[in-house]
Design a protein around this ligand. Structure first.
Ligand code: HEC
Length: 262
């Protein structure tokens, strides 16, 4: 009984800890680092509008999370080690900021002065909790905002019922351009809406699973559009920017309409 009690307390600490990073970030970092802004807005702000659109005080957390994970340590190595490396860099930066060490893009950093040191304002334990939050942020946002995948058979059933088109995204975990599209295109509001309106989207990791209907994807990502009868409408390899991807969705819709008339 006593042991169970101890385990219950330990578990509740773990849960507290997971949410603690977010709360600490809100308290100690968010006055300068806005948590999330979509990539299209960030690009417009930094590349076209000299930061006059958003008037940001610092890189956003989605920028930090992505950039730090990409540039610090070995992103393809062991996750626990990588998490420690990223947290160590972040903790050191917060106490001893120096723009020479910054890893964010120069096009972004040029709008900011060096971050003031938070020495004495944040403990090591707090930095560790913030590190976990930062490390998981990029993936969490994508999982929350994206249209979630379904298996192909189920997708086809739903496509029939809802008069929609199945979009298969053939990807793999280590494909850089898949990640880039996930974070820059697939979670944009108008893309999510277009996909929700007319498509059932399925994500298939081609290194782990075969594609349905005997389909092949020579490279990743490849987008394959299949109508509710199982007929392939389009099979397009490559990564796309938002506007091109929206145009591709439109083309798939037109193809589906034309096939129906045949
Ligand atoms: C008073 C505003 C302010 C606060 C508060 C602040 N930062 Fe920053 N931070 C900045 C600015 C501005 C930059 C960009 C310039 C630079 O790299 O020094 C930055 C850069 C960084 C970088 C380096 C990014 C890179 O390109 O490598 C990290 C990491 C970072 N902040 C983490 C944090 C964390 C974690 C907290 C909270 C514990 C925090 N910051 C609180 C203003 C702030």
């Amino acid at each position: 009984m006593k042991q169970l009690f101890v385990i219950a307390i330990l578990l509740s600490c773990v849960v507290l800890f997971a949410g603690e990073g977010e709360a600490l970030f809100g308290k100690k970092c968010a006055s300068c680092h806005t948590p999330f802004i979509p990539m299209s807005k960030l690009k417009e702000n930094f590349l076209d509008r000299n930061n006059t659109l958003l008037k940001l005080k610092a890189p956003t957390l989605n920028q930090l999370s992505y950039r730090l994970k990409q540039r610090i340590g070995d992103p393809k190595g062991d996750e626990d080690i990588h998490r420690m490396e990223v947290t160590a860099f972040m903790s050191d930066y917060v106490l001893h900021p120096d723009k020479q060490k910054s890893v964010c893009l120069e096009e972004v950093l040029r709008y900011f002065d060096t971050m003031p040191s938070l020495k004495g304002q944040v403990t090591e334990d707090e930095l560790e909790a913030i590190g976990d939050y930062l490390y998981d942020f990029d993936k969490k946002v994508i999982a929350q905002k994206s249209v979630r995948p379904k298996g192909f058979e189920e997708a086809l059933k739903r496509a029939k019922k809802e008069h929609k088109i199945v979009m298969i995204e053939a990807m793999s975990e280590d494909c850089h351009f898949c990640r880039k599209m996930e974070r820059e295109v697939m979670i944009e509001d108008d893309v999510v809406k277009a996909l929700n309106d007319d498509f059932i989207s399925v994500v298939i990791d081609v290194k782990k699973h075969a594609l349905p209907l005997g389909l092949k994807a020579p490279l990743t990502p490849t987008f394959i559009f299949v109508d509710a009868s199982g007929k392939v409408l389009l099979n397009i390899p490559g990564a796309w920017g938002k506007e091109d991807f929206l145009a591709l969705l439109k083309e798939a819709k037109e193809k589906a309409k034309a096939t129906k008339k045949e």
